[in-house]
Design a protein around this ligand. Structure first.
Ligand SMILES: Cc1cc2nc3c(=O)[nH]c(=O)nc-3n(C[C@H](O)[C@H](O)[C@H](O)COP(=O)(O)OP(=O)(O)OC[C@H]3O[C@@H](n4cnc5c(N)ncnc54)[C@H](O)[C@@H]3O)c2cc1C
Length: 183
């Protein structure tokens, strides 16, 4: 309920106000993004704990935070976010706090004169590499065959190269990340 109240407050445009002081808390959570907010809600509502959530930003939501700009348009302050899941549990949990706006993600990336689905799926791999992968298992096996072991994972580049190999990293992930995040 604390999170729902906070969301109501943000949506109604009221000014930020710190939580009322209590004598003691069971848990301190630093960061009110998805991770901190969900942990706080679970600990408070499921375990009856008193939880204090702090964040150096004056809002909840972390990088996924959105707000209305001066023209009343809903914008993502830290970059665009969409949500998708195939988990009924996750969908049911979040539905306690939000309504949904349906959205179809049909993005094509222009690579080597071809327009291919982004994020990468089986269709992308078949078009790019002239393959005829027929199911998820075949796609996963292909990606595994391209993956390059990285001993010391330090950056998101390392994560992607270790999962799908350098070629796909350079073809897709590097440019996407640079365009979206400027990094
Ligand atoms: C441009 C962009 C686009 C993205 N697009 C998508 C998308 O479409 N779909 C999707 O599912 N995910 C997307 N993501 C990823 C998603 O934003 C993250 O997975 C998610 O926000 C992570 O949540 P988190 O709670 O772990 O961290 P964060 O959201 O980063 O929250 C951490 C919070 O902790 C606070 N904090 C950190 N250190 C301190 C400190 N020392 N003291 C006080 N406060 C602190 C920060 O201010 C922040 O509010 C995107 C990310 C970016 C940047």
């Amino acid at each position: 309920t604390a999170m729902a109240t906070e969301i109501d407050r943000i949506l109604s445009g009221k000014k930020y106000a710190p939580a009322p002081k209590r004598e003691r808390y069971d848990t301190l959570i630093v960061g009110a993004g998805f991770a901190g907010a969900v942990l706080a809600e679970r600990l408070a509502n499921d375990s009856g704990q008193r939880v204090l959530v702090v964040d150096r930003r004056p809002h909840i939501g972390g990088n996924a935070y959105d707000e209305h700009d001066a023209a009343g348009v809903l914008i993502h302050r830290y970059g665009p976010h969409i949500f998708h899941t195939n988990s009924a549990d996750v969908f049911d949990y979040l539905s306690r706090f939000t309504e949904w706006r349906s959205y179809e993600h049909r993005v094509l990336a222009s690579v080597d004169d071809k327009l291919v689905p982004m994020p990468i799926n089986r269709t992308t791999l078949n078009a790019l590499y002239g393959l005829s992968l027929e199911n998820d298992a075949e796609a996963a096996a292909f990606l595994a065959s391209r993956a390059e072991p990285v001993e010391d994972i330090r950056t998101s580049e390392d994560v992607v190269v270790a999962a799908v190999g350098r070629d796909l990293y350079e073809t897709f992930f590097r440019g996407y990340t640079r365009k979206q995040w400027g990094l």
